[in-house]
Structures are given as C-alpha cells and as structure tokens.
Design a protein around this ligand. Structure first.
Ligand SMILES: NC(=O)c1ccc[n+]([C@@H]2O[C@H](COP(=O)([O-])OP(=O)(O)OC[C@H]3O[C@@H](n4cnc5c(N)ncnc54)[C@H](OP(=O)(O)O)[C@@H]3O)[C@@H](O)[C@H]2O)c1
Length: 339
C-alpha cells in the first residue's frame, strides 16, 4: 500500500511540474512580443476571412507583407517597440489650420479616431491641443504625433519645449525628426533625453530610407519606434517597408491617398475602383485597407467629416491575396513630393 501511495505521489509531482513548464513557455516577454518573426502567425485576433488569408502558404517576403507586425485588428492598435500602444489608423493634419483644423480633429475624435498626426511645420499644434482638451476624452486614450523640422535641429531642447507648450496636453506620445538634416543625430539624442524625462513617450523618424537608416541607427541608443514615409499604390516602397519592419520598427505612410492634387487619379484608378465595387467600399477605403494588410499605419488627411468617418470603416472586409497583388502591381515608383 505504501508503495502505491509513493507511486501516486511521484506521478502527481511529475504532472504538476510538466504543466508549470508549459505555462512558463507560453509567457511572451514584451521584447519577444514586438520582434519581427517569420514563425507561423498568431491569427487568434483575426476574423474568419482574415484567418483564411493569413493561413495560406506564403513565402517569407509575402509573410512579412501579411504579418502586419503586431497589428491587432480587434483593438485596432499596434504595440510599439517602446511598449506603448498606437492606433493603426488616424487623421493627418497637413494644411489644416485654425477652425478648419479644430473642426477636423473634433470630427475625427467623434468618429472614434484616436491618432492625430501633426508637425511643427504644419503650424497647427496649438489648434490640435485645443481640440483634444475640449473633447473631454481622457488624455491617455489619444495618441499625438508631432515632428521637429530640420531648422529646429540646432536647438532641439527648445524645440521640444515649444511643441510641449503649443500642444499643451501634458506629454507627447510620439516625436519624429521630420527629415534628415544637419544636426539630426544630436536632435535625436535630445529626444532620447526627453523620453528619459517622461516628456515624450516614443520617438522616431520621417523620410528616412534604407541608406539613411543604415547610417543613422548605429549612432543612437533608442531604436526608433516608427518611421513615417510616403506610401501609396503609385509609390509603394516595397523594398523599404520590410527593411524597416525587420528592425522591429512600425511603418506609417504619408500621402496614403496620393496627397492633394493626386487623389483624383488614384481614387479613380480602374483596378482600385473595381476592387472597391466588389467589396461595396470606396476606393479610399480599399487603399487604406491595403496599407493595413501590409502592416502600414494610415493617417489620411481630411477636413470633410463624411470622409473622416468613411476612413475609419476599414475593419468589416478583407482584401484577398489576389486583390493585394493587383494593387501591388500598380507601383510606378512615382513620388508625389520631393522628400
Ligand atoms: N512626414 C512627412 O513628410 C509628411 C508629408 C506629407 C504628409 N504627412 C502627413 O500625412 C498626412 C496625409 O497626407 P495628406 O493629408 O497630405 O494627403 P492624403 O491623405 O493622401 O490626401 C488628402 C486628400 O484626400 C482627400 N480625402 C481624404 N479622405 C477621402 C475620402 N474618403 N474620399 C475622398 N477623398 C478623401 C482629402 O480631401 P477632403 O478634405 O475633402 O476629405 C484631401 O484632399 C498629412 O495630413 C500629414 O499628417 C507627412
């Protein structure tokens, strides 16, 4: 009898140890969670159609395309390498000023948008801060990106204080260097210090491509959390996007609809229009969804509340592999701005 009890005891001990081991192995550290990985994707957050797309056999490069990094299509956010969560769609505010800017931000917040992109160069940080303060939405639910312009790199500490004062919303969620320029490494170091002081949560770059990143990254301590570059169906950066994503950096596209003066051609593109018809969606929604499925965060600019609302309705359909490939084939390497 004693021998039987001893055997039972050893058996239950072994069972408990193996269960603990499994639990421990399943725990993902934040660092692992934000790493680029070619391992099979966790598709638990995707809807049925999205799961079908992501479960098809794909080559590693295609997998990078579909593996929208840590994009969570349920919460509509991505976890940055800084540990902060950022919405994967937002409002761009280039060329919006005064009341028009305030009204656009208010309309976006009312439509559920929680990511606002601005910059010193847009001259509208004050209006954006005002709209956010007036919204009554808790500060921590809104994610604000602003940027330092190269003519500010010579005194970055003052430029950071200026942005904090103009926005007047406590901290800045993300600050980017707007373009490469003289003193950019020093300006980035100033942003790193502001992160340590809690004035800025995350930092990144804009208009940095492969060559510029290769030169820049070894000179800084904090890996950028975000790179914001021109990306639309006629200028796709298909070589740059995977390069950035492989470093655990999130990619965000500016001019997602081609930029003012170019939207008409892009939105009337026959391929995009046909796909839009098939899904009962607008061309703008197809382009924005194409970006999201490539793991690219979108910040379309608009002052029209109907467009702003339309640009949030991106999560009730999925583009097939074939539709993604058709849009990928539209690339013309056609830049719509000089930087
Ligand atoms: N880092 C950089 O160097 C850089 C450079 C440029 C831009 N950006 C950022 O990227 C954001 C996006 O760029 P963008 O605003 O210049 O260009 P965009 O988003 O490509 O296009 C904006 C244009 O699209 C129209 N539009 C928006 N939604 C639409 C819809 N659903 N249907 C039809 N038309 C629609 C807007 O008109 P309505 O107002 O009539 O809707 C506006 O004329 C900027 O606002 C800015 O925040 C960054």
């Amino acid at each position: 009898m004693k021998r039987l009890y001893a055997l039972l005891f050893i058996f239950s001990l072994l069972f408990t140890l193996s269960a603990c081991g499994q639990t421990a192995n399943n725990v993902q550290t934040p660092a692992e969670n934000t790493q680029e990985s070619l391992a099979p994707m966790d598709t638990s957050h995707l809807d049925e159609t999205e799961r079908e797309v992501s479960n098809t056999e794909v080559s590693p490069s295609e997998q990078i395309q579909y593996n929208s990094k840590n994009f969570n299509f349920e919460t509509r956010t991505v976890t940055l390498n800084s540990g902060y969560e950022m919405p994967i769609y937002g409002l761009g505010t280039y060329s919006l000023h005064d009341e028009e800017c305030k009204n656009s931000v208010t309309a976006a917040l009312n439509s559920g948008v929680r990511l606002i992109d601005t910059a010193h160069a847009y001259g509208n940080e004050a209006e954006i801060g005002e709209a956010i303060r007036d919204s009554g939405i808790p500060r921590e639910e809104i994610f604000v990106i602003t940027k330092l312009y190269p003519d500010q790199f010579s005194d970055p500490d003052a430029a950071i204080e200026e942005a904090l004062a103009k926005l007047n919303i406590g901290y800045i969620d993300m600050m980017l260097l707007h373009h490469p320029g003289d003193g950019d490494v020093e300006a980035y170091h100033a942003m790193e210090n502001a992160v340590a002081e809690g004035k800025i949560h995350s930092i990144g770059l804009s208009n940095w491509y492969v060559e510029e990143l290769e030169e820049f990254l070894p000179q800084v301590t904090i890996t950028p959390a975000l790179v914001q570059n021109e990306i639309h169906p006629y200028y796709q950066e298909n070589d740059v996007i995977p390069y950035i994503q492989k470093q655990g950096i999130v990619v965000q596209g500016w001019y997602p609809l081609g930029g003012r003066g170019h939207t008409e051609e892009l939105l009337n593109d026959p391929v995009i229009s046909e796909i839009a018809k098939a899904h009962g969606k607008s061309s703008a929604q197809i382009i924005l969804r194409w970006n999201l499925q490539k793991g690219v965060v979108v910040i379309p600019g608009s002052s029209n509340p109907d467009h702003i609302q339309e640009n949030t309705e991106l999560f009730d359909f999925t583009l097939t592999d074939n539709e993604m490939a058709q849009i990928n084939a539209l690339d013309r390497n056609e830049k719509h701005d000089w930087y």
